[in-house]
Ligand binder design. Structure first.
Ligand code: 48F
Length: 479
């Protein structure tokens, strides 16, 4: 096929116009793609908001790229390190309480997560004004950064936003516009921008989080802009406050929306982010039996973190909040439980029960339901942590003790709160349930064959059988 340049042009113009058009009305518009803006975009998008982020520069990352004085390493404190680890970014201890991370890894990974969560980033665009109705900001007035730089006389375009975040760093550009042109009082001591103070890292880091708030109706400040607005000092290349400020501003907006953060889904996904090799190993094992993801329904699909990678588009999930996250991953979700699957008899080719039987109350009913909705010669795929394996023993022991034994636990162990009320199934129990329901031709693969402490060291290829691995996937056929 000969490549046609005009098709390329049309594709770009068409797709960008569609994207921009779709984001002319958003829930939250963020100005500035520095660390606080990117983190806010990630959390808000993950919570189901329609989020647009506008950045003046061609590059994303604000002041993070350059570390300190272009030495591209950043420093974070313990809490900041935990947030970085949530994204799978490694931070190394330098001295107790001080961790370093690669600035480029931080920017690229956080940005990629924000985009994957559904936030749309518009770079090379500058916010030159806000639109107002009486005492409220209703949206942003945008121009191309090139137009701004060339000082061309070109009128801008406007988008509507329910909430605006000024994450423009030291310059507090959005607030400055509001102060200058909108006659809206700011919630600072003076009603005006108080201005950034000289460097005092310790105080500044605390104040950044305190100062992250709604500064006038519908407009929030985060990151360095929060400190500059409320008269706090600067902190230099320590970034814990920036990251936590981004998370806080997202929480404040979600609280306004009357919706608590879906912390369990976040924690669940973040555990896999911190345990990428385990995630990949489990995924490889499930893939052995998911031959046709388009015709597979995932029961209890949660946030869809596995299904997205498996290519599964249909799911059933009891929690509306989880379903929202899965929908953001492009899945079609029906609300329902494994014990009452909302599908007609004999309508599905493959049913996946992905590591949910430990949490399901009536396992027999769930397997029978899967049998009911499957077509003849359809397959059930069940994955589970085997009761005879080291993981279930580690988890049971930690639950009994109320904590993990630091000497034997993995680096980022599964949060104990997820282990309440779990029932680990043995291979024989699953086999019996499947056979009693009528399934035949059972096939098994296994993975996670190392001690739990080391199972995240490397991705494992699945092996046939069930006698070594802690994680088992079994396939059965409905005759
Ligand atoms: O300054 P910046 O990185 O914001 P931040 O999230 O983080 C501050 C730290 O980087 C650092 C610090 C650390 O500890 O003090 O400085 O508070 O990123 C702000 C981004 O906003 C963009 C600007 O290009 C930068 O990438 N920006 C500023 N004004 C506008 C804008 C505007 N009017 N329109 C669009 N983007």
């Amino acid at each position: 096929m000969a490549i046609n340049e005009v098709v390329i042009s049309k594709a770009i113009i068409d797709r960008f116009s569609q994207k921009f058009m779709e984001y002319t009305e958003v829930d939250t518009a963020i100005v500035g793609a520095g660390p606080s803006g990117l983190i806010a975009a990630y959390f808000l998008a993950r919570a189901g908001q329609k989020v647009a982020l506008f950045e003046r520069q061609l590059s994303i990352g604000g002041g993070m790229w350059g570390g300190g004085m272009m030495f591209n390493e950043i420093v974070v404190q313990t809490q900041g390190k935990e947030l970085l680890e949530m994204f799978g970014i490694s931070a190394r201890e330098y001295e107790p309480g001080y961790y370093t991370a690669d600035a480029v890894e931080c920017v690229t990974t956080i940005c990629s997560n924000a985009v994957k969560a559904g936030a749309k980033i518009f770079n090379c665009m500058s916010v030159e004004d806000v639109s107002i109705r009486e005492d409220r900001v209703m949206g942003l007035v945008l121009t191309w950064s090139a137009v701004e730089a060339a000082r061309m006389h070109v009128d801008p375009l406007t988008i509507a936003a329910k909430y605006v975040i000024d994450a423009t760093g030291h310059d507090t550009e959005v607030i400055r516009l509001i102060e200058k042109k909108a006659d809206i009082a700011l919630q600072t001591e003076t009603g005006k921008i108080m201005g950034e103070r000289s460097m005092w890292a310790d105080k500044a880091e605390q104040l950044t989080i305190e100062n992250t708030k709604e500064i006038c109706p519908g407009v929030f400040v985060s990151g360095m802009a929060a400190n500059a607005a409320f008269g706090g000092p600067r902190m230099g290349p320590i970034f814990g406050g920036m990251l936590l400020s981004g998370k806080k501003v997202a929480e404040l907006i979600m609280a306004k929306e009357g919706s608590a953060f879906e912390t369990s889904a976040e924690d669940f996904d973040s555990w896999f982010n911190r345990n990428q090799a385990i995630f990949e190993s489990e995924l490889l094992a499930q893939q052995q039996f998911i031959a046709d993801p388009e015709h597979t329904v995932s029961i209890g699909c949660g946030s869809g973190i596995f299904d997205e990678r498996l290519g599964i588009k249909s799911g059933v999930e009891p929690s509306e909040d989880m379903a929202k996250l899965a929908r953001k991953r492009g899945m079609k979700i029906k609300i329902g439980t494994a014990e009452a699957i909302p599908y007609e008899d004999e309508t599905v080719q493959t049913v996946l029960l992905g590591t949910i039987l430990s949490y399901v109350k009536d396992r027999k009913k769930a397997i029978n339901e899967a049998y009911r909705i499957l077509e003849h010669n359809g397959h059930i795929v069940v994955s589970f942590l085997a009761r005879e394996g080291a993981y279930s023993m580690l988890y049971d022991l930690a639950s009994l003790r109320g904590e993990y034994d630091p000497d034997t636990a993995p680096k980022a162990p599964y949060p104990l709160k997820f282990l309440k009320g779990t029932h680990w199934c043995s291979v024989s129990e699953i086999r019996q349930l499947l056979q009693e329901a009528g399934f035949v031709d059972l096939k098994y693969v296994q993975t996670l064959t190392r001690h739990p402490k080391y199972s995240n060291d490397e991705v494992e290829q699945p092996k046939e059988g069930y006698d070594k691995g802690d994680y088992i996937v079994v396939q059965g056929r409905k005759p």
